[in-house]
Design a protein around this ligand. Sequence first.
Ligand SMILES: [Ca+2]
Ligand SMILES: [Ca+2]
Length: 92
Amino acid sequence: MMTSKWLNLSLEDVDNDKSPDVVIEYFDKTDKYYDVEKPAPVFAVIVSSSKKNEVYDSIQGNADANGDGKFSKADDIELYSALANAFVKIAL
Ligand SMILES: [Ca+2]
Ligand SMILES: [Ca+2]
């Protein structure tokens, strides 16, 4: 099966504060701006640990994690922080 939408998760210290951040990128091949030659995420959010204690509780960027058509941090913080907290426990 060919997938047309997917998430890319990576761990990197985006803001150089010595605390790794989780970068969540959302790709959608069906999006009109998607370029096969230069695939770029439609949305990206960065989830950080505000206390630098590996508890991911802070989000930068807007996306629509719950798919209700509204771009709202309130919707997304719960889903993306849960995803980030699970992701950082998985050994790479
Ligand atoms: Ca950081
Ligand atoms: Ca939403």
